[in-house]
Design a protein around this ligand. Structure first.
Ligand code: ADP
Length: 527
């Protein structure tokens, strides 16, 4: 970090007189000085133009005087060359060619007019001047062409930087020098002419992300081949910006490795991603509440069972106490049964509350088998209502996955309810639902197989598309949300189906490794 301090960026023409800078300005270019203030091919300052022309005029007068006194060939040639170089800087290529042709014609006419072809020295002098003039014309045109191309590219780059909100920066881990483009100054919201410093960068970096910025310079000091960082900026008015930088070593000067980086303001994309995430979370919540509505009978049954057990154990307890000789031991056993039934009821209620609650997903180490068993508990009445016999084969109880319990329950509920609907039309004895878990290629896999109507191969590709439904009262969001939840968990989801034979929906989630088992609160990932 100490490597960066306030320092003027190098400008090779920095100490030249203004008119000479202007005269030769096109031929030198500093790529780090990307400025949007200087339009292409137009001189930056009319006074500099006037000064250039005035100097040219003085040189011309001087040459005419010298020429009239000495009658040498080189004096007008120098005039023409000066004229040519000035034209090369000020005018378009066509005009420069015209000036060059005019100079050559003038040189030739003077040679002819003076009858120089009668004298051997004049003829050789004329050809020497002609060669010099032609060579300079060629070089001036080539450099003019290169400078024009460079300026056009610069203009495109400035345009691209503004449109894509990307700035460029040069820095080094070994020295204090750094520079940036106007667009980057705009992103950091500093005045355009201001020289960048480490303090300025740190001032704008979000306090929680400063260690990331420090690490960038540490990486540059270690001469790492590529540096990438994403961090937040905190503007003085409290706005947060997100930036993404990629930098790589560009040149080595005096043992100093200079990095050239592109810094993109990704705030808009980040905000869109966060808005999408919020919308998807809300949609997932709405569909979860909708499926809870569908499970209302099942849930009521789940709560009712322990309540019935509480009532009958309470009555039994009273009978044990009301005896002429109260049996306190039996009464205590009845009370224990009441307590455990009450706990069961409260358990169901808290599961339902968790499903109906609107909260940000939090992934922790979970057992897929536990989640499946708990979900089956919630839908068992629904299965019974549809006269479905579940065949459950859960074999991976001790295999951890990194999951948000509520979200996975939502996926499983959706698959089970769809299976119930698909088997409504088949004979009761065929209504078998297989729920299996296994580990395959370091992934925990859940398989839900029904023997229902199956899915037409023509609609299979649209199955996970939002709002695709074949049900009269269907919303068509269930499977699309299931897939985004599984994607969000770093897993994948797929389906096999045979018309009139049934359908198998599967999803696979990566098995959690020990070092990755810390809880992760997610704030900006889809779903
Ligand atoms: P919805 O249930 O509201 O229609 P889903 O996204 O859950 O929305 O399902 C989309 C469509 O996929 C269903 O309308 C149905 O046609 C088909 N589908 C889903 N699961 C099955 C299944 N197990 N068997 C047959 N078709 C199914």
């Amino acid at each position: 970090m100490a490597a960066m301090k306030n320092k003027r960026s190098s400008d090779t023409l920095g100490n030249w007189p203004l008119f000479l800078r202007h005269l030769y300005g096109n031929m030198a270019y500093n790529p780090h000085r990307i400025s949007s203030r200087q339009p292409i091919g137009i001189s930056p300052n009319p006074w500099v133009n006037a000064l250039g022309w005035a100097v040219g005029l003085i040189v011309a007068c001087g040459i005419v005087i010298i020429n009239s006194e000495t009658h040498t060939d080189w004096a007008p040639t120098i005039l023409y060359i000066t004229l040519l170089l000035m034209a090369a800087n000020l005018f378009s290529i066509n005009l420069v060619i015209s000036v060059a042709v005019m100079c050559i014609l003038l040189l030739t006419s003077i040679y002819v007019y003076n009858g120089g072809y009668h004298r051997w020295e004049s003829t050789t002098g004329f050809f020497r001047c002609l060669t010099a003039l032609s060579a300079i014309t060629f070089l001036a045109l080539r450099s003019k062409f290169a400078a024009d191309t460079l300026r056009h590219n610069e203009a495109y780059l400035i345009g691209a930087q503004r449109l894509s909100r990307t700035g460029s920066v040069t820095f080094s881990g070994d020295s204090e020098e750094m520079s940036w483009s106007d667009e980057l100054a705009r992103i950091f919201e500093y005045p355009l002419g201001m020289e960048p410093t480490a303090t300025m960068i740190m001032e704008r970096t979000h306090p929680d992300d400063r260690y990331l910025a420090t690490e960038v310079f540490a990486q540059a000091a270690r001469h790492e081949p590529a540096i990438e960082v994403k961090h937040r900026l905190l503007m003085p008015d409290g706005r947060i910006k997100h930036i993404h930088m990629l930098a790589s070593p560009q040149s080595v000067q005096k043992g100093r490795v200079e990095y050239l980086g592109a810094v993109m303001d990704v705030t808009a994309a980040k905000q869109a991603e966060e808005a999408l995430f919020r919308a998807q979370t809300e949609l997932a919540h709405v569909t979860r509440v909708t499926s809870l509505g569908e499970l209302a009978a099942s849930i009521a049954h789940e709560v009712n069972q322990p309540l019935t057990a509480i009532t009958s154990s309470g009555e039994a307890c009273r009978r044990w106490i009301d005896r002429s000789e109260p049996d306190l031991h039996e009464a205590r056993l009845s009370l224990d049964r009441i307590i455990s039934s009450a706990c069961r009821a409260s358990d169901v209620i808290s599961r339902v509350r968790a499903l109906s609650r609107k909260s940000d997903p939090v992934r922790t180490s979970e057992s897929l088998d536990d989640i499946v068993s708990e979900t089956l508990g919630l839908v068992q009445h629904e299965l019974a209502h549809h006269k479905i016999s579940p065949k459950v084969d859960l074999t991976i109880t001790n295999v951890p996955i990194n999951a948000d319990r509520v979200q996975l329950q939502q996926v499983i509920i959706n698959l089970l309810i769809n299976a119930c609907h698909a088997m409504d039309a088949v004979k009761v004895r065929d209504r078998v639902l297989h729920v299996r878990t296994r580990v395959e290629n370091n992934e925990a896999v859940l398989e839900v197989t029904d023997h229902g109507s199956g899915i037409d191969p023509a609609v299979l590709p649209s199955l996970f598309t939002p709002f695709f439904t074949t049900k009269e009262s269907g919303l068509g969001m269930g499977l699309s949300i299931c897939r985004s939840i599984i994607d969000f968990h770093g897993g994948r989801m797929w389906v096999h189906s045979e018309v009139s034979h049934g359908t198998t929906f599967c999803f696979a989630l990566p098995v959690l490794t020990v070092e990755a088992s810390a809880p992760t609160a997610v704030t900006h990932t889809n779903v």
